[in-house]
Design a protein around this ligand. Sequence first.
Ligand code: F6P
Length: 524
Amino acid sequence: MFETLKSLAAQVNDRRIEDLFSDADRAEQFSTRFDGMLFDYSKTQIDADIRAALLDLAKEVPERRDAMFAGSAINETEGRAVLHTALRNLSGTPIEVDGKDVMPEVLHTLSRMEELAQELRGSDITDVVNIGIGGSDLGPAMAVRALAPYHDGPKCHFVSNVDGADLTDTLKVCDPKHTLFIVASKTFTTIETMTNARSARDWLVAHGVAQAGRFVALSSNLAGAAEFGIPEDRVFGFEDWVGGRYSVWGPIGLSLMIAIGPENFRAFLSGAAEMDAHFQQAPLAQNMPVMLALVGLWHHQVQGHPTRAVLPYDNRMARLPAYFQQLEMESNGKSVTMEGADVVETVGPVVWGEPGTNGQHAFYQLIHQGRDIVPCEFMLAAQGHEPDLSHHHALLVANCLAQSEALMRGRTLEEARAKLADKFDGDELERQASHRVFPGNRPSTTLIYPKLTPEMLGRIIALYEHRVFVEGVILGINSFDQWGVELGKELTTALGPMVNGEVDAAGKDGSTRQLLGFVHGAQA
Ligand code: F6P
């Protein structure tokens, strides 16, 4: 599928990216804009021929995209529609699944969430603890942190790990008389979440606080929530066409709505809806999610760079790389096509990252001088939220721009020598200079936007969601299932009684038996 592109890559791999800027229009030509946002991919090897070949791959995207927005069952391995976009369709335009318009229910649930978020503002609840994991944690946890300047509700905490340390450390700062728990689980069976929810209930009981009114459930499993003892009016349901990692827009986003208020939450949804409209309407070459996907495919599938770094220059976006990790790696980390055949190409890249500037003082060494090339995706707001500290923001901007420039330009041996000539000479000059060479020619993209508002965050997340979708369509895989998480879950269930010493581990491999033996020995 990528043959043409691979032969184009072979022709350009030795060329210097910075030389491409001899074309005075390059920056503009190799960028897409959408209503105040700019995605600049000009610091890559992509030229007009390469872009044309990449766009050729995307021919099937519009049909598949329209099928997704229309509610067709494009999640074929689970026989489900993929309609997280309906959760942000504030206009209420009908969207049908199996002949039924889903919008009245979506909007009704949204207004029930708003009532609760408002009710909490005037109540004695000071702390809200969201108990969930994966998509039932990462989205709201990331967004609550990202939108800190908009907080005006109770303090939100997030407990995800089954490690008792997570719940313990969180509850230490909460007062049982003033704490509300949100049990966020699409299935309401996830072992980590259910274990944490039960322990939270025990904590209330231990402090003499009645459970009534202290639990809210966000789930597709209404029976499971009822069985846990959560009354119907405190349960916010959603349908199976909302995938876990795409669920922040609906009930799973309740903690975010509580933190920033219903109006800001609606702005967050509107931002995503604006990106949806752009994705549906913009021609492919000017379509931001499409171009973001194609740049990713160019770097991973064509050029063979195994990982991708997401580097938001925004301290409040600290959880964004983890959120994108699930979005990309759980969606596209597959080896089988929709039809069940082996995928010939490599599929999902490893996604990782940290906010800048912190990463610069940690792992950028490898990005600049290591052997593996890591395409970097910088993200930056032109304006911060701290007008009194605008000099900090100026430095943040300078750092971000400096990094993409440094990655592209590098530093030659001659330049390194010249910098050191007044300190060293002879062999020592050669030795010292060799350590200060930067190969450069390392690709990066920059997504820049005016300010990180709720609306902008909504747009950014929707942009990345659609990027993952486009990649999946081109690779012919199903981005909406996650069978790869199941085996570990099954083995955990079997191992539990062995860890507790109730069942003999004789059937296990030698390593697992040794590790269990160590645990039992240490616990004795
Ligand atoms: O195990 C993976 C997964 O199913 C994710 O896809 C999901 O986001 C997470 O677990 C949590 O699932 P649930 O919301 O059903 O508890």
